[in-house]
Design a protein around this ligand. Structure first.
Ligand code: SF4
Length: 434
């Protein structure tokens, strides 16, 4: 229902959880300026703001299609104003202004204040660090830095987001306290590169100190780390993880490849030997820890031998969670400028499939081993007659889920329950409340 004089704003978020956090900050600013704000809504709104992604070609395509869809509504006067911000807009502002001119204004990733002022609001400094949460009440993301100082040859992020900018520890502790007051039990730390946290502002890695302080906050049940970087991994993080029960024994560490030649072409700053040693180190220090990684196949110059090294590594490391991407040439990156995208798409695809087949076997074996065991599970949602939850070893959206049957008892979303695993498939577990 439209309330007289109050404008309705629909904020649409594309891309990753880092974008979602930016949308949430924007939404709170808009609400405090008297707008009625919805997120990814199908309901009518006078103003639409699209937060775009410009990471890889598929994401760019999705962002452009979404802008075109709303440009059409703008053209038909079904919406009054259309604004676009985020990574795609940061990277291709001038082209977009020319190609899709009916958008009222394009903004970059750091232009939140301008965006708010453009729709007639005032940016409120006192609200920095607070957000209007779009995630279920029991979990939230906490972005600890922006940008990236690495020079990975295939990646466009540093071109879009610029240099690494850590947020001070005190600010992050304050934001975490705000989230916990809102009822959040699980905080997921995100950044382009968690491992680099602190080096820019404190001149030394500070991730371990940050997680130590956050894990001390009363009411925080789970603290999860996403996107660490393998080269010069700050090992004191593991020391803290070992002694803090509320830090999930979960490490998301994208290794991308294993062949020395490809790692060097990718400019990852690490060798095959060091990568093997790092995985062995994790396994030795915290045997129950779950490792998640992502791999990139089909980078220019990847031969069958390079790929076979990767296959051997996947079989060795037995990552509990693993995702594979195929190389896509990103404009102005080091790889795009210096290498020819010489691997046919069909080969990239078959290499990806081969690794995923191996991973399916690994994951199935690990899951089957859990049958008969009990786990603490947080309940995320209800689907039909089932509840869907996760163990500490699984993150949102990307990992395994636990399908929980509870015929006798209604479960509360966001609560923890002990669940006994009764059966398993490749990527999910099925269990019953104990
Ligand atoms: S660490 Fe590498 S892959 Fe990740 S955002 Fe930075 S440059 Fe890109």
């Amino acid at each position: 229902m439209k309330t007289k004089g109050i404008k309705r704003v629909n904020v649409i978020t594309l891309g990753c959880s880092k974008n979602l956090v930016d949308s949430e900050s924007l939404m709170l600013q808009l609400e405090s300026n008297g707008f009625r704000v919805a997120h990814d809504s199908n309901k009518p709104a006078e103003i639409v703001i699209i937060n775009t992604c410009g990471f890889i070609n598929d994401a760019k395509k999705e962002s452009i299609e979404t802008i075109l869809q709303y440009e059409d509504l703008r053209n038909k006067n079904k919406i009054e104003k259309l604004f676009v911000f985020g990574c795609l807009s940061e990277r291709y502002k001038e082209n977009l202004e020319k190609e899709i001119p009916l958008v009222d204004k394009y903004f970059g990733v750091y232009d939140l204040k301008d965006l708010i002022e453009s729709i007639g609001g005032h940016f409120k400094v006192e609200l920095v660090g607070e957000r209007s949460l779009t995630t279920p009440k029991h979990y939230a993301y906490l972005k600890i830095s922006e940008g990236c100082d690495r020079t990975c040859s295939f990646c466009a992020i540093p071109l879009i987001k610029g240099k690494h900018q850590s947020r001070p520890i005190e600010d992050l502790v304050r934001e975490a306290e705000f989230l916990i007051r809102k009822g959040v039990k699980e905080i997921i730390l995100i950044a382009q590169d968690l491992s680099y946290y602190g080096i820019d502002i404190y001149k030394e890695p500070k991730l371990s100190e940050l997680i130590d302080k956050l894990s001390d906050l009363k009411g925080l049940k789970w603290l999860r780390l996403h996107y660490t970087f393998p080269a010069k991994f700050p090992k004191d993080v593991i020391d803290v993880m070992k002694v803090k029960p509320n830090i999930c024994k979960y490490m998301d560490i994208p290794v991308q490849h294993i062949s020395d030649k490809i790692l060097s072409n990718m400019r990852r700053g690490i060798t095959k030997k060091q990568t093997y040693e790092l995985i062995e180190y994790f396994r030795k220090e915290i045997p129950e820890m779950v490792l998640r990684t992502t791999l990139l196949v089909g980078h220019p110059g990847e031969t069958d031998e390079d790929f076979n090294e990767l296959v051997e590594f996947v079989r060795f490391a037995k990552f509990e969670r693993l995702g594979v991407f195929t190389y896509s040439e990103e404009e102005n990156t080091y790889s795009a400028i210096n290498f020819k995208d010489d691997i046919p798409f069909s080969i990239k695809q078959s290499r990806m499939d081969e690794i995923m087949d191996i991973q399916r076997e690994i994951s199935n074996g690990l899951n089957v081993n859990k049958i008969g065991k009990s786990f603490k599970v947080i309940i995320d949602r209800k689907e039909g007659d089932y509840y869907v939850g996760r163990t500490e070893f699984d993150s949102l959206d990307v990992d395994n889920e636990v399908i929980v049957k509870s015929e006798k008892k209604n479960l509360r979303l966001g609560n923890f329950y002990n669940v006994k695993i009764k059966s398993a498939d490749d990527f999910d577990l099925i269990g019953e409340i104990e």
